[in-house]
Write a protein that binds this ligand. Structure first.
Ligand SMILES: *[C@@H]1O[C@H](CO)[C@@H](O)[C@H](O)[C@H]1NC(C)=O
Ligand SMILES: *[C@@H]1O[C@H](CO)[C@@H](O)[C@H](O)[C@H]1NC(C)=O
Length: 748
């Protein structure tokens, strides 16, 4: 059986083969930027309300230039250009009676019996629809935000409160998944206090409400809804469908395997109005299929079974957007996260394939081989496909078949048949994803921003690998956008303003999509960064403008090969030789730290008076540290020129040239005495560099600037400019990096 046909073959966790994931240690991002560095240098802005938690609903309104935010007891309206200025807020607490009832029902008054605003949608030209948990009493309201060009307003319309049941969850821990189409809200939510009656629900608008069959595990089996999208299929609105993304317990799994989690895509027709005699006010076009995100292996697939988020990337062909998703695993054996990409055509194909069928309680789930009634369940009543103008006209056998066969037999597989990007054992998992399609010099690239459960954002690009649609993800940046490490709950992008908005329990952050200067000051560094937003303009790494003259813009996202692109520029025009002094028997620290965490440092040595260069091998006397090379037990013969180079993608970039002079003890003393201002501190007993005596000639100036620095016990080694630049960034740097090839992404 192929991987696509699998309704009856849900495997157990035994299929999580370590062999499949092999050497899955996550590779480091190229750049890791701390909260402090992002705030000081890269335009990170933070918004937070006093004594308010749980920022969850984000709504980008490009026309008004506002970011609307839903949080505990509040709705806020922020400027998209700078979320820290001109913030307007609106208090929307739950009434005291509801909070008391909530408390009587056994919920915590301080943490649960509040109004957690879970959803925000643009309702009409002047109002938003907002819904919150209302202290376990879901409620919706219209929020006036003014006309487009007016001064921003933010007012709650208390005359028209709506029942929020079936729209917002009751429980603050649950997520809301909904989409507003016209005046109608489609939501996937638990519609009862106990959180057991899960439903796909249509409400508001003029038509009667519609829902899924209650308490039928074939339809929904303890689902957790993730996202809902309205995706038209043609010019004819009668073909419009709403797609629900969720995870649930697999009803099709063999009972012996226990409770198994599966991820799903479900569909319904927008023009569904329910059945006439049965399925009255219930969906007649509901179908669901399994979404598979797994790594194929000879002995079985490794499944990422828990869908966490979906981002719909609209393309020029507006009927066929791409679905970027993040998954985690429910496995107790390993912790992993993956990004899988699906095409809408593959989703639609699954709904046109065979239905899953179970004859009776003692039977297996199989592919239904009998006659499928006409019109085929799942098809919308439409002139495109037939003569039925309403689901109320559907023949009884169609309705009966639809009720009993909501599950498709075939699964939906990701593009390329495997995850685009994955991490195993990273110490965190993915929670959110958003994507931006960027025009670069050599084509289009999708840039993914992945939120994690430790408050970081990973910036990953999808680059073609072999033949299309195969692609792999390259991890460019790890951004610590919050001061704390609360999980990211929501992310929104403004392509127009080139900004990313990120929410967590504790705050909302805003960060530009690119920070080209952070990649470095050399052409090769800019090129190796492979950031489609950035290019080398002859002098600096700056924002790439597709329209600008190409001659001056150098960028190679596909290969990241600087050897041809940057050949005109000397890789490092200002690589001056610096002098370092050491004392015989003592030690010397040769500092060199590449900006890229993916680069490997290579040291070569040219003995004084000799022409030959040799590679400095790691040995007891020459220890490689994250910031440089420590030479111990110095000998006269160690004098010479040490050249440090960063090797990445097979490209070697010289970073520093250090001339070491090893002096005899008497010689050193004489030298030291000639320096008046040199602070000579008593050696600290604990530090490895206590016997470290270094004389540095700053900036390669004349002998007059010769200065002696005896290491202060509590301070770090002296910090020339390259160190200062990287200090914040390295705060979270891993221990001395193991030698590894210039591999830049997890791929299999
Ligand atoms: C954003 O607004 C805050 C508050 O007015 C201000 O301090 C900050 O400089 C602004 N940042 C930018 C980049 O405009
Ligand atoms: C938008 O909807 C609100 C709430 O129903 C209503 O009060 C308002 O008049 C509507 N505005 C427009 C421009 O239709």
């Amino acid at each position: 059986m192929g991987r696509a046909g699998a309704a009856a073959m849900i495997p157990g966790l035994a299929l999580l083969w370590a062999a499949v994931l092999g050497d899955a240690t996550p590779s480091p991002p190229r750049l890791r930027l701390s909260f402090q560095e992002l705030q000081a240098r890269h335009g990170l802005r933070i918004f937070r309300l006093e004594r308010t938690c749980c920022y969850e609903a984000l709504l980008v309104d490009e026309e008004r230039g506002r970011l609307f935010v839903g949080a505990e007891n509040h709705v806020a309206s922020l400027s998209l250009d700078n979320i820290s200025k001109q913030a307007k807020k609106l208090a929307w607490p739950a009434p005291v009676e509801w909070r008391e009832e909530c408390n009587w029902a056994g919920k915590d008054i301080g943490t649960e019996c509040m109004n957690f605003v879970k959803l925000l949608h643009t309702y009409n030209r002047t109002h938003l629809l907002a819904c919150g948990t209302g202290a376990f009493h879901p409620t919706c309201a219209f929020v006036e935000v003014g006309h487009r060009l007016e001064e921003p307003v933010l007012r709650l319309d208390l005359r028209r409160l709506e029942d929020g049941k079936g729209k917002s969850p009751y429980d603050p821990r649950h997520r809301a998944a909904s989409v507003l189409v016209g005046e109608e809200l489609y939501s996937g939510v638990a519609a009862d206090l106990m959180g057991r009656d899960f439903t796909i629900f249509r409400s508001l608008g003029q038509r009667p409400s519609l829902r899924t069959e209650p308490h039928d595990s074939r339809w929904l089996n303890e689902p957790k809804f993730v996202k809902v999208f309205w995706i038209p299929e043609s010019e004819n609105p009668d073909d419009d469908k709403i797609y629900f993304f969720f995870r649930e317990s697999a009803v099709e799994a063999a009972p012996a395997l226990g409770r198994l989690s599966v991820s799903r895509v479900g569909q319904i027709c927008r023009n569904d109005v329910g059945g006439q005699r049965s399925l009255v006010n219930k969906w007649t076009t509901f179908l669901k299929a399994r979404l598979v995100c797994s790594v194929p292996g000879a002995e079985g697939d490794t499944h990422f079974d828990q869908l966490q988020d979906v981002f719909l990337l609209s393309l020029r062909d507006r009927w066929s957007p791409l679905l970027y998703t993040v998954f985690t695993t429910s496995s107790t054996i390993f912790q992993g996260s993956a990004v899988c990409v699906y095409s809408m055509n593959d989703v639609r194909r699954a709904f046109l394939g065979p239905f899953a069928h179970k004859e009776g309680p003692m039977h297996q789930w199989v592919s239904y081989q009998g006659r499928v009634p006409y019109p085929r369940p799942g098809m919308c009543p439409s002139k495109t496909f037939g003569t039925f103008s309403s689901t109320k006209d559907f023949p009884d056998d169609v309705i009966q078949f639809a009720r009993n066969h909501p599950l498709m037999y075939n699964s939906v597989l990701p593009m390329g048949g495997r995850p685009l990007f994955l991490q195993v054992g990273a110490g965190y998992t993915f929670t959110q994803i958003t994507a931006d399609r960027v025009a670069a010099a050599d084509g289009h690239y999708d840039v993914l921003f992945i939120g994690t459960d430790v408050g970081t954002v990973l910036k990953v690009i999808s680059v073609p690998k072999g033949s299309r649609p195969n692609a792999e993800g390259l991890l460019l940046e790890e951004l610590h956008v919050f001061e704390d490490s609360a999980a990211i709950t929501s992310m929104q992008i403004s392509s127009k303003r080139h900004q990313l908005y990120v929410a967590s329990r504790s705050a909302v952050a805003q960060i530009p999509l690119h920070r080209c200067a952070a990649h470095g000051r050399a052409c090769a560094e800019c090129c190796l960064a492979r950031d489609p937003y950035c290019a080398w303009d002859g002098a600096t790494c700056t924002r790439f403008q597709p329209s600008a003259k190409r001659r001056f813009r150098r960028q190679d996202v596909k290969n990241g090969d600087p050897s041809t692109l940057c050949s005109g520029d000397s890789a490092h025009p200002t690589l001056l030789e610096r002098k370092v002094f050491g004392v015989e028997g003592g030690s010397a620290f040769l500092e060199c730290e590449p900006r890229s965490l993916q680069a490997r440092v290579e040291w070569t040595f040219q003995r004084a008076g000799e022409a030959a260069r040799t590679t400095v091998a790691a040995e007891e006397r020459a220890e490689r540290l994250p910031r440089g090379l420590l030479l111990r037990g110095l000998r006269r013969g160690d004098s010479g020129v040490y050249l440090c180079a960063a090797v990445e993608q097979g490209f070697s970039q010289p970073l520093r040239r250090l001339a070491l002079h090893v002096l005899g003890a008497a010689q050193a003393e004489r030298l030291a005495r000639t320096e008046e201002a040199a602070p000579v501190a008593p050696p600290g007993p604990k530090l490895w560099y206590r016997d470290f005596l270094q004389l540095v000639e700053p900036g390669g100036g004349g002998a007059g600037s010769l200065r002696m620095c005896r290491q202060q016990p509590e301070s770090r080694p002296p910090a020339p400019e390259s160190r200062r630049k990287g200090r914040n960034r390295r705060r979270n740097a891993p221990e001395p990096r193991a030698e590894r090839g210039p591999r830049s992404a997890a791929h299999w």
